[in-house]
Design a protein around this ligand. Structure first.
Ligand SMILES: C[S@@+](CC[C@H](N)C(=O)[O-])C[C@H]1O[C@@H](n2cnc3c(N)ncnc32)[C@H](O)[C@@H]1O
Length: 268
């Protein structure tokens, strides 16, 4: 049975992830509720803040980051932590080296890689996830006073067992009219480096074209820039603008940023 999602009970991401959309989840849920008989699909699931909040019966969660998806798949298989976890610089660099050696030896889809990735994510600088050109994780040690590490991920099991996970470029996903898509790509900013591959302006255009050509309801969010609004509108998306709970600095001032929520075929 799917637990009723009330504001008192919802799961939060097991990882720290840049661009988390927990703050948009109630809005996305309203759009989703009309289509809740459909499979819920996120091509850019990241930390899954929205999926975990909505807790759909069926879901396909995809992200190009293979380490993140390996962690989710291992959690689905009942992952429990066996490595020692401490907020310690030497241990951090030892595990980072071990993780990179495993990845280099084709061991990236193992439970050990998932455990190490979880530890690195919690312990590294700002929860960043960056790789050098050879695909090696290169984020330095973080500066946290205290870190709460999970020993197991049991609370996610009932949801993850109903959900599928994949790690492909969004355009390779198989989508049908029985799906509902929430797409949260990397922001339209000059520097987006979540993975080995950047998400370029060409990718932003490729994405909107792909989404517009499907035959299911789509909700798309992004930073509200002039060119993003023009692009989304030119493909027939309806736009609404919301204030984002983050700031950007310009000329010494802190300015609030705006987020676009673009919809097509949602019936709203
Ligand atoms: C803004 S984050 C998503 C955050 C997520 N909504 C959350 O709440 O945590 C964008 C994600 O897109 C992924 N990504 C980047 N390029 C991709 C591609 N071509 N196909 C699929 N995923 C991609 C990144 O790895 C990153 O996790």
């Amino acid at each position: 049975m799917v637990p009723e999602n009330t504001s008192e009970f919802f799961l939060t991401p097991p990882v720290k992830w840049a661009g988390g959309k927990r703050w948009l989840a109630e809005r996305i849920e309203k759009l989703w509720k009309v289509h809740s008989d459909k499979r819920y699909v996120e091509p850019f699931c990241g930390g899954m803040a929205v999926a975990l909040y909505i807790n759909p019966e069926r879901a396909l969660l995809n992200d190009i980051n293979v380490h993140l998806i390996n962690l989710y798949r291992q959690i689905k298989n009942g992952l429990a932590m066996t490595i020692e976890m401490r907020n310690d610089r030497d241990l951090y660099y030892e595990y980072r080296e071990r993780f990179n050696a495993l990845v280099g030896a084709q061991g990236q889809e193992t439970a050990e890689a998932a455990e190490l990735f979880y530890y690195l994510n919690r312990t590294c600088f700002n929860g960043l996830c960056r790789f050098n050109n050879s695909g090696m994780f290169n984020v330095p040690f973080g500066r946290y006073r205290k870190i709460n590490y999970r020993q197991d991920f049991r609370e996610y099991l009932s949801s993850f067992r109903r959900w599928d996970f994949s790690s492909v470029d969004f355009q390779e996903m198989e989508i049908s009219s029985g799906d509902f898509i929430y797409a949260d790509p990397p922001y339209d900013v000059e520097f987006t480096h979540y993975s080995k591959v950047d998400f370029s302006w060409q990718d932003q255009k490729r994405l909107v074209k792909w989404l517009a050509g499907l035959d299911c309801p789509v909700v798309l969010s992004n930073q509200s820039t002039d060119r993003i609004r023009d692009l989304y509108q030119s493909y027939g998306f309806e736009l609404s603008i919301v204030e984002a709970p983050r700031y950007i600095s310009s000329n010494g001032n802190r300015n609030k940023t705006e987020e676009i929520i673009a919809t097509i075929r949602t019936g709203s």
